[in-house]
Write a protein that binds this ligand. Structure first.
Ligand code: NAD
Length: 333
């Protein structure tokens, strides 16, 4: 019997995997709970299927006795210690492209909300204030420059939406996407992008090279009144620097689907009295009408969820048959 453990599942996920993963050689254990909540109970797992909230650090991984495979139902894999897995011969896979457009469309929604000052308008309407005050005066998209940091699958989808909306699009990435360039995107240095953009959107993975890419120094380079969007990973932005400059009036809008210490809120720790200085800063900023905080939900569309489930089934089948060549595009190490 192979011990397969799935964590952080919704009720619908549980139903889906229970119906689709039957077999006398599988001991399938499906949990709504996250890793922290059930760790001591799953240490026999041979195959572990996780989500971004399940932090597989070396300290946690060391506890497993039979672990040979980890699959994360996400694009990002910064929650898994890949170096440790490599050393121990534990295979790791992810889902690099379940639906880049889902995340790009969430980013676009946040951008339009902030540019058209919908938070302010909503606040006024709730107070039965229907005046056209100066603070509600918005800008036309074609008058704005958007800077896209990271033009991989998601960043390029977002850049294309912006081009279609007649915005000027600047981009910064370690490698230039020639097709995007032909379509009208202008690649610049990071510094120039920060200085020239009215809207800045982050689409890089989290790794040592992107840790606090947006910090006090980079924020200083940005235009006053800039809009910053982050749907990548929380730790790409230094929350302390962001909070300080937000309070000084630097930003006309913030759209954050991800932020440092978000797990505390996503895993309902806040209700149980857990918190952090960064979480308190994010919660304070969320009270402002020009700040839109969303709960790491940019991926959450019907189409993306369906694809995540289908790919995960394929991974389990490859693992069970010992045919990893069938899923080689998903394997990280
Ligand atoms: P991708 O690998 O296709 O693209 C990432 C791009 O970033 C690449 O072009 C790469 O060259 C560039 N890059 C890497 N390091 C860089 C650096 N230091 N400076 C500049 N550019 C750099 O990834 P993707 O599919 O576009 O996803 C991007 C990230 O979005 C993921 O890593 C994940 O963290 C995040 N994400 C968030 C959600 C959500 O729900 N909020 C969902 C999926 C993915």
């Amino acid at each position: 019997m192979r011990e397969l453990v799935f964590l952080s599942l919704s009720e619908e996920d549980i139903k889906f995997y229970r119906e689709n993963l039957k077999g006398k050689d599988i001991n399938l254990r499906l949990f709504k709970e996250n890793l922290e909540e059930v760790l001591e109970d799953i240490l026999d797992a041979e195959f572990l299927c996780v989500f971004v909230v399940d932090k597989l650090t070396e300290r946690v991984l060391e506890k497993f006795k039979n672990l040979s495979y980890i699959h994360t139902r996400s694009v990002g894999f910064d929650h898994i210690d890949l170096q440790y897995c490599k050393r121990k011969g534990i295979k790791v896979s992810h889902i690099p492209s379940y639906s880049p457009s889902a995340i790009a469309q969430h980013t676009l929604s946040m951008m339009l909300y902030l540019i058209r000052k919908l938070g302010y308008i909503e606040e006024n309407v709730k107070k039965i204030d229907f005046s056209h005050s100066k603070s509600l005066l918005a800008k036309n998209l074609e008058d704005l420059t958007v800077g896209v940091i990271g033009t991989g699958r998601i960043g390029s989808a977002f850049a294309r939406y912006c081009l279609k909306l007649n915005m000027k699009v600047l981009a910064y990435d370690l490698k230039v996407n020639e097709e995007l360039k032909r379509e009208g995107v202008t690649y610049t240095s990071l510094e120039e992008l920060l200085k020239e953009s009215d809207v800045i959107s982050l689409h890089v993975p989290y790794n040592p090279s992107t840790h606090h890419l947006i910090d006090e120094k980079s924020i200083k380079l940005m235009k006053d009144g800039v809009i910053l969007l982050n749907t990548s990973r929380g730790k790409v932005v230094d929350t302390d620097a962001l909070y300080k400059s937000f309070k000084e009036g630097k930003f006309s809008g913030l759209g954050l689907d991800v932020f440092e210490d978000e797990e505390i809120l996503i895993l309902k720790g806040y209700a149980k009295g857990r918190s952090s200085d960064k979480v308190l800063k994010i919660l304070e900023m969320s009270e402002y009408p020009n700040v839109l905080i969303t709960p790491h939900i940019a991926y959450f569309t019907e189409s993306a969820v369906k694809k995540i489930r289908e790919v995960t089934l394929k991974v389990v089948k490859g693992f069970m048959k010992g045919k990893l060549s069938e899923i080689k595009d998903l394997i990280l190490c």
